[in-house]
Design a protein around this ligand. Structure first.
Ligand SMILES: Nc1ncnc2c1ncn2[C@@H]1O[C@H](COP(=O)(O)OP(=O)(O)O)[C@@H](O)[C@H]1O
Ligand SMILES: [Mg+2]
Length: 231
């Protein structure tokens, strides 16, 4: 579903964030991108979103990213930012979740139905009229997920989905992500999350690929985990 070859990126300031990273993501899998702080996880996700001028090649559904059809691809890929306050910008929950459908030309009633469906999917039915800024952090994360789910994307990308969540919200959010059928890619250093819901893992270390493997093999090597500064 996604094929990445020789992905490299250097920030304008001169920081080299990614160097020659190659991997592939299969349809329907939960694919974890793990690595310590500064290893390039977020940069990799932003590249997948087509938000950075990277070197190398990214193919999604066989289409070259950067090429034509990016707008079409956009609709099939949802992104859940690390901080929900980056994602949510409308006064109310309903307006925020309806924003995507409206951008793609859905009418009032159809958009409303999509919003209702997305809120049900994240177990936040009836929150349409609530003020976003008054929600708890955990609730905001779920609404952010709803804004990404509302257009029924084939691929969902999450950056540090469990960071800053209290234990109960974290469990709830993991259950939501684990229960989805679409292809999911998430960056995290929450190894318990990886153990619970990931199928395969890409390990980044200092901007390079250290490993790409299934979850079981990752946990079989404690010395590697230590070397890569993972729990
Ligand atoms: N906007 C930026 N400008 C310059 N350097 C950056 C920027 N964002 C990230 N970096 C650098 O790129 C590297 C990778 O960062 P990042 O992708 O955010 O890592 P991670 O998400 O794994 O913590 C780090 O060295 C970081 O300092
Ligand atoms: Mg990051």
């Amino acid at each position: 579903m996604i094929e990445v070859r020789g992905l490299s990126y250097r920030y304008p300031g001169g920081e080299r964030a990614l160097e020659g990273v190659s991997f592939a993501v299969r349809k329907g899998e939960a694919f974890a991108v793990v690595g310590p702080n500064g290893s390039g996880k977020t940069t990799l996700l932003l590249s997948l979103m087509g938000l950075l001028k990277f070197r190398g090649e990214i193919r999604i559904f066989g289409h070259q990213l950067n090429g034509k059809g990016l707008r079409e691809l956009r609709r099939s890929i949802g992104f859940v930012f690390q901080d929900p306050d980056t994602q949510l910008f409308m006064p109310t929950v309903g307006e925020d979740v309806a924003f995507g459908p409206q951008q793609f030309g859905y009418s009032g009633d159809e958009a409303k139905r999509m919003v209702k469906e997305a809120l049900r999917a994240v177990r936040m039915e009836g929150y349409e009229g609530r003020f976003t800024h008054r929600l708890s952090y955990g609730e905001k994360k779920k609404i952010a997920l709803a804004t990404a789910l509302v257009l029924s994307p084939e691929i969902l990308i999450f950056d540090e989905p469990t960071s800053n969540l209290d234990p109960a919200s974290r469990r709830e959010f993991l259950d939501l992500i684990g229960g989805l059928n679409c292809t999911r890619i998430f960056a995290t250093h929450d190894m318990d999350m990886v153990r619970r819901i990931a199928d395969r893992v890409l390990v980044l270390f200092e901007g390079r690929k250290a490993a790409e493997c299934d979850v079981e093999s990752l946990f079989k090597s404690p010395e590697n985990l230590r070397k890569w500064r993972l729990a």
